[in-house]
Design a protein around this ligand. Structure first.
Ligand code: ASP
Ligand code: ASP
Length: 364
């Protein structure tokens, strides 16, 4: 795998391998020092042109747990806000000698455009309403962990399908993994669907969440963006909740084994009741936790020594698991905007792995 722009770049086999690889990295997480030296000497830039605390922190922690050097490109403070073109910005970042750029942007297609300006590998961390491939992978991982497998499962995706990159990525991934996807939402927030397909994948559309809630294995609730109310494409909050929300009453009608998911950030009391979000059915916390190991798998597949296509990938990681070396010092660079392409000398400074999380800065 050279880069990851869309979940559609990955075959079903690729997806399975990535999920297995992520499971290997989950083992690493259980160690007292949850780090492997796999990407030591590699530099990864987080270029988040759109706000995102959660996704950026997740990629940041994943990169550091693989011992990569991480730099943050703060879009708000950058020359882009002074009129520099995207191309100049990307060429400047590239000239510093980076290996991968993780891109989040409000406009669809920007990660793909950037990939034409640089030799660095591009990982799409969400582009407009287009794609959010690592979200789909972490969702698949979480579902597999909770339900054993995805094939044959009935998954309800509810809410703003039209504007959701998560819905686009997940409909592709879930249907290709053999799940049955059922979609529900206000007609103003549903994309065109003809002949039982949406975005080219087979889905069924239901008008009423109550018709399916007792038969689904997964209720995947999407965030309702407040501006959709201002745009008057959905009625008020109370009305939305009563028709499309996963209320406690609706959740009580789900099958005993059925689970609830949400990509975050949640609007409690709108698309999901607080009691449901915090219930035993809810996988929201697991989704966040799994985001780190799934992103480790993606970064390792792109930049790691074994690369992705080898069947020995798992063996490679198992080997790495045995190499429980002290971590290289990286304190000086943590959280700074400084880009240093040079491999770091190993030193003996032990590193608290939770450290990077606290050092992540907000982008504008
Ligand atoms: N859309 C953002 C993300 O994926 C939401 C957040 O920052 O909380 O991270
Ligand atoms: N965090 C997800 C995203 O960035 C979902 C959301 O923002 O609603 O797409």
């Amino acid at each position: 795998m050279k880069q990851l722009l869309s979940i559609d770049d990955l075959s079903e086999n690729d997806i399975e391998s990535l999920l297995d690889l992520a499971a290997s990295f989950a083992e690493v997480q259980k160690r007292s020092v949850p780090k492997v030296p796999a990407l030591r000497g590699k530099t990864i830039v987080m270029a988040f042109f759109e706000d995102s605390t959660r996704t950026r922190s997740s990629f940041d922690i994943a990169a550091r747990r693989l011992s990569a050097d991480v730099a943050t490109f703060a879009a708000g403070a950058s020359s882009l806000s002074k009129g520099e073109s995207l191309r100049d910005t990307v060429e400047t970042i590239t000239a510093m000698g980076v290996d991968a750029i993780v891109v989040r942007h409000a406009h669809p297609g920007v990660p793909g455009a950037i990939s034409r300006y640089t030799d660095a590998a591009i990982v799409n961390a969400g582009d407009g309403r287009h794609q959010h491939p690592t979200q789909a992978l972490l969702d698949a991982y979480t579902m597999r962990e909770a339900l054993g497998e995805i094939a044959g499962k009935r998954i309800l995706l509810a809410g703003d399908i039209l504007n959701s990159r998560v819905a686009r990525s997940n409909i592709s991934l879930f249907t290709r993994m053999g799940a049955e996807v059922v979609v529900c939402g206000p007609h103003t927030l549903l994309p065109p669907h003809r002949d039982g397909t949406m975005f080219g994948y087979p889905v069924s559309v239901v008008k009423n969440i109550d018709d399916v809630i007792d038969s689904v294995d997964v209720a995947y609730m999407l965030r309702i963006q407040r501006e959709r109310i201002a745009e008057a494409v959905i009625p008020g909050i109370g009305e939305y909740r009563s028709v499309y929300g996963l209320t406690a009453e609706r959740a009580s009608r789900m099958a005993p084994h059925a689970v609830v998911m949400h990509p975050g950030p949640m609007n409690r009391g709108v698309e999901i009741d607080a009691a449901v979000a915090d219930s035993d059915r809810s996988l929201v916390t697991q989704q966040v936790a799994n985001g780190v190991v799934v992103r480790m798998a993606v970064l390792y597949s792109i930049l790691g020594p074994g690369r992705f296509d080898t069947d020995d990938e798992r063996a490679v990681v198992e080997d790495l698991n045995l190499v429980d070396t002290p971590d290289p010092a990286e304190g000086e660079e943590s959280g700074s905007d400084h880009v240093d392409p040079a491999p770091q000398d190993s030193s003996t400074k032990p590193d608290n792995a939770s450290d990077p999380a606290t050092k992540v800065k907000e982008t504008a």
